[in-house]
Design a protein around this ligand. Structure first.
Ligand code: SF4
Length: 404
């Protein structure tokens, strides 16, 4: 059976990251997953990403017991299940971090920073913890749903990043050091470039990494951007995958069709879904989600402007027209036969099937699509039996279309 050998190293890297949070001498910042992590790291903060914890609650299927706890405080079942699971985890004092890393919960923050580039939900989520833990909070509010990001928009966000500096200085007692920021951003740029190369090995047939593998291996690019650890990890992973490409080894021996996954992962069902596609010789080779941590714009020579650009032009923050262009390019590049849109009940922000985009793509490119209804963490919104039938029918239809 195909196995990515670097997985063992990845687990070590993630374990060390979580254990590093135990160091009492470190200041801790909480940050949204596509927030200005490099600026925070340049002050020496260890950075915790609550969405990463949310994904862990989903993947370990503990979210189901925790979400109702947040409901008791008035957080609706229909809003972001990362938010409700994470708040529920805090209220119930239960977390898989305990079993895996001996942590009683996410580390207590000295500073909380959010960026609404992805959604407004993070503002409510992080504000809850700011009130609850009596912790200073800073919000970055970039323009939303941009087409191509403009100079004025970059300047606006760069200026908001700069306004965060005095607070970081106050909390850490450390003066801002532009060279340290540049160095951190350079490391982040190198890691993200390697991550892109890792994902793009799947442009080859047979692909050496699937979407489902990538959701696991993306850990370091989410939580360790701006460190040598992330950069070194992706050098190792890339080497392995490139060797597999050279040897013609992929996660499927025979790819009957190549698929694209749009939207959030269904964290609690990654393994059965991966097996379902594999059994049907359908290779899910690319995704919007994993690509979201490719930041082409990072340039340490212009650290504020380039990071402002990178974090404002993320896919989730783009116009429908820009999303169609970006998806179309990836569909060509990865030679996609069909697209799966995951309509996640509690994340409208990252569900792209609600305003006719799938239909427009199918019409313009002639690539069929299907929509699965589900959720990132709340499995009450996912009907497994129905989804399996839909997926198998879709794959069959793609295969019939290919031979006819
Ligand atoms: S983008 Fe979606 S999943 Fe992520 S924090 Fe916002 S609402 Fe939650």
């Amino acid at each position: 059976m195909y196995k990515i050998q670097s997985t063992k190293l990845m687990k070590e890297v993630m374990g060390n990251y979580f254990l590093g949070m135990k160091d009492p001498s470190k200041k801790i910042a909480w940050c949204t997953s596509v927030g200005p992590a490099e600026l925070l790291r340049s002050f020496g903060f260890e950075v915790h990403f609550p969405e990463n914890h949310g994904a862990l609650l989903g993947a370990t299927r503990t979210a189901g017991d925790l979400i109702p706890e947040a409901g008791k405080l008035g957080y609706s079942n229909d809003i972001c299940s990362y938010l409700t699971a994470d708040i529920g985890s805090y209220l119930k004092k239960e977390t898989p971090l305990k079993e895996h890393y001996g942590l009683n919960g996410p580390p207590k923050p000295d500073l909380i920073v959010y960026n609404t580039n992805q959604c407004r939900e993070v503002q409510d989520w992080f504000s809850y913890f700011s009130r609850e833990l009596n912790c200073p909070i800073f919000g970055i509010n970039p323009p939303r749903h941009v087409d191509e990001v403009t100079r004025e928009e970059i300047d606006d966000v760069a200026s908001q990043f700069k306004q965060l500096i005095p607070l970081c200085e106050k909390v850490t007692g450390t003066k801002f050091d532009i060279d340290r920021f540049k160095e951190t951003l350079k490391l982040s740029a190198e890691a993200t470039e390697l991550w892109k190369k890792v994902l793009y090995t799947a442009t080859k047939t047979p692909a050496p990494i699937s979407f489902f593998d990538a959701t696991i291996h993306m850990g370091p690019i989410v939580v360790l951007r701006g460190t040598t650890v992330a950069k070194d990890y992706y050098s190792v992973l890339l080497k392995e995958l490139e060797e597999n490409v050279k040897s013609g080894i992929g996660f499927l021996e025979k790819e009957q069709c190549r698929l694209y996954w749009d939207g959030m992962p269904i964290w609690g069902k990654l393994r059965p879904l991966s097996e379902l596609f594999s059994q049907n010789n359908a290779a899910v080779v690319a995704s919007t989600y994993c690509n979201s941590w490719i930041f082409d714009a990072f340039d340490e020579r212009h650290p504020f402007e380039s990071s402002a650009q990178a974090y404002t032009e993320i896919f989730i923050n783009r116009s429908e027209e820009a999303k169609q262009r970006l998806l179309s390019d990836l569909i060509h590049l990865f030679r996609i036969d069909g697209i799966i849109f995951h309509d996640a009940k509690t994340c409208a922000n990252n569900s792209n099937s609600r305003f006719g985009l799938p239909q427009r793509i199918t019409e313009s490119l002639g690539i069929p699509h299907m929509v699965i209804e589900g959720d990132l963490c709340d499995l009450r919104f996912y009907s497994e039996g129905q989804s399996i039938t839909k997926i198998e029918t879709f794959i069959e239809q793609l295969e019939i279309a290919k031979v006819s």
